[in-house]
Ligand binder design. Structure first.
Ligand SMILES: [Zn+2]
Length: 175
């Protein structure tokens, strides 16, 4: 499975429906909410297509991947992919002549527990910089580098915003 295959799945999927608003409770103390489904660790198994043996899997906590098909037919262990997809935000980006709302700076937490690429067997993050354009396979140091780069660029955007305010004031003042 390539990264783009899975990415397409999540990009094309609609956003999950928002949870219904809780009913206001005016007097009685609110009981603690039940653990969210996303917080449970799923346990499942698949048949290794190479050996015919059944292999147990403990999902990454919060994994939202649909593993149903993987449990129904023998698969290559390399294809087991757990993923937690962060909330998406979008900006109107002009990539084709007209501005479109494209996803920006979404992170996914991934683990491929049987990957032939050993580094992918540990949880790692991929960042969707702009829709379908990814920085993949970040370890904590790598993600910190990305965050630092983006933070520095945000500081520059703030400077640009201040300069814009000044430029407009100067442009619109009587000359
Ligand atoms: Zn999973």
């Amino acid at each position: 499975m390539s990264v783009s295959d899975t990415v397409k799945f999540y990009v094309s999927a609609d956003q999950p429906p928002a949870a219904p608003a809780p009913t206001p409770v005016l007097s009685a103390p609110v009981p603690p909410p039940p653990p969210a489904a996303a917080e449970r660790v799923r346990e499942w198994s698949f048949v290794n297509v190479h050996t015919g043996r059944r292999v147990a899997v403990s999902c990454l906590r919060g994994c939202t991947a649909d593993h149903d098909l993987e449990q129904q037919v023998p698969i290559d262990p390399d294809d087991v992919w757990c993923q937690v997809v962060d909330e998406a935000v979008s900006l109107p980006i002009n990539d084709s002549g007209l501005p479109e709302n494209l996803c920006v700076l979404r992170a996914t937490l991934n683990v491929m527990p049987f990957s032939t690429t050993i580094a992918q067997r540990l949880p790692h993050v991929s960042v969707e910089v702009v829709q379908d354009q990814w920085i993949e396979g970040l370890d904590p140091d790598g993600l910190a580098t990305v965050i630092g780069t983006l933070r520095g660029q945000l500081d520059r955007l703030e400077v640009a915003q201040a300069e814009l305010v000044a430029a407009r004031a100067e442009y619109q003042s009587p000359r």
